[in-house]
Design a protein around this ligand. Structure first.
Ligand SMILES: Cc1ncc(COP(=O)(O)O)c(C=O)c1O
Length: 371
């Protein structure tokens, strides 16, 4: 008897065709120069590895509390207390990465038809998760320099708008918002009564000025941070979220019926990771950022990105980003067209989370192709 099943209608709202095309092209290459990777090229710090192994050995392998192991929750709450002067009753939730936090948040906060403002270009997951939750992603264009324009945000607000997603330092742009820019955005959010979702997964990777969080200027913020980028723990699935008590409480309930908890040994390791000094790694990435900027400023008109480990580079005149990316891949360099992260197809994302040698090789090819 043939297997019978129905794919749920909501799956039609998801689309991976843009990135699949890149993967299909890439699959034909045997040893590409890969500048498409969204994770650090260094390994997890040794004390975090040792603690994960020790945790497994001592039997810390069971479900933890749904809201997270108390020791890790206390550690992240202490980090937040040091940084923020909050007066309201904040709760904390340990999640399976920031992805887990985003899914729980959108499922908890979006009613069918609710509108969520995304700043374009945006991290690819936001749009799809908003749609999956029944909401409508409303894009506010931030080209050419990826500055969040408060007037444009205000103009996008309707009586269905409930949230604004902010991601600084940003993926794919590497743009870091200044404290003043955040204040202006917070003012609009405040006036319109929007909850700000602040994805701060790249908060450690700020190269020119100290990191500024929307949560320091707007209490009505659901703040998310993770271990994937700062500590290179992408496969360990660990993040955390803090916000208004009721929101966190409902997200925790949903976690109980879905993820149950973040991986136990990763939570133990997370406490150890937080004690590690990552400044050498950040300095290394600052140097790589400078290398990319120096190489691409002239031929591509790239402005210096301030954080994360990405550059969002304008494609050469007369071609779409997808066309340029296809040529780059034909020349063995993997990069991602901006259309994966944007309503526009004018830029490509380059990740410099790789060795200096590979990066230099890749930059040479791109410069040659631009000429
Ligand atoms: C902006 C942004 N948010 C969230 C994530 C997901 O991170 P995690 O590994 O914590 O789920 C990523 C990963 O690339 C990201 O770039």
């Amino acid at each position: 008897m043939p297997v019978r099943y129905h794919i749920a209608e909501r799956m039609k709202l998801l689309d991976a065709s843009g990135i699949r095309k890149v993967f299909d092209l890439a699959a034909k290459l045997s040893d590409p120069i890969n500048l498409s990777i969204g994770q650090p090229h260094f390994d997890v710090p040794a004390p975090a590895k040792a603690e994960a192994i020790a945790a497994i050995e001592r039997g810390f392998n069971k479900y933890t509390q749904t809201q997270g192991h108390p020791e890790l929750r206390e550690a992240v709450a202490a980090e937040a207390a040091e940084e923020f002067d909050w007066h309201d009753d904040r709760h904390y939730l340990i999640t399976s990465g920031v992805s887990g936090a985003l899914l729980l948040a959108f499922m908890t906060l979006i009613n069918p038809g609710d509108e969520v403002i995304l700043l374009d270009p945006y991290f690819v997951m936001y749009k799809h998760l908003v749609h999956l939750a029944g909401g409508k992603a409303v894009m506010v264009d931030t080209y050419p320099d990826f500055t969040p324009d408060p007037d444009k945000i205000a103009a996008a607000v309707t009586d269905r708008t409930t949230m604004l997603v902010v991601n600084s330092p940003g993926n794919p742009t590497g743009r870091v918002y200044t404290a003043d820019e955040l204040k202006a955005v917070a003012k609009v959010a405040d006036r319109a009564g929007l909850l700000v979702i602040s994805d701060e997964i790249y908060n450690s990777f700020c190269y020119d000025e100290p990191f500024a969080s929307p949560a320091s200027v707007c209490e009505n913020t659901l703040l998310m941070r993770g271990f994937s980028k700062t500590y290179a723990m992408t496969g360990w699935r660990l993040g955390w979220c803090t916000g208004p008590a009721e929101v966190i409480e409902k997200m925790t309930m949903l976690q109980q019926y879905s993820f149950v908890c973040a991986p136990s040994m990763a939570q133990a390791a997370g406490v150890a990771a937080m004690g590690c000094d990552m400044s050498q790694r950040v300095a290394e990435y600052r140097r790589k950022r400078d290398m990319v900027h120096k190489a691409l400023a002239k031929p591509f008109g790239l402005k210096k990105p301030g954080g994360a480990f990405y550059a969002f580079v304008p494609a050469p005149a007369g071609q779409t980003a997808s066309e340029f990316v296809t040529r780059a891949i034909e020349n063995n360099v993997l990069i991602i067209p901006g259309s994966v992260f944007s309503e526009r197809d004018t830029h490509f994302r380059l990740s410099y989370a790789t060795s200096d040698e590979k990066l230099a090789e890749g930059l040479d090819v791109l410069i040659r192709l631009a000429g």
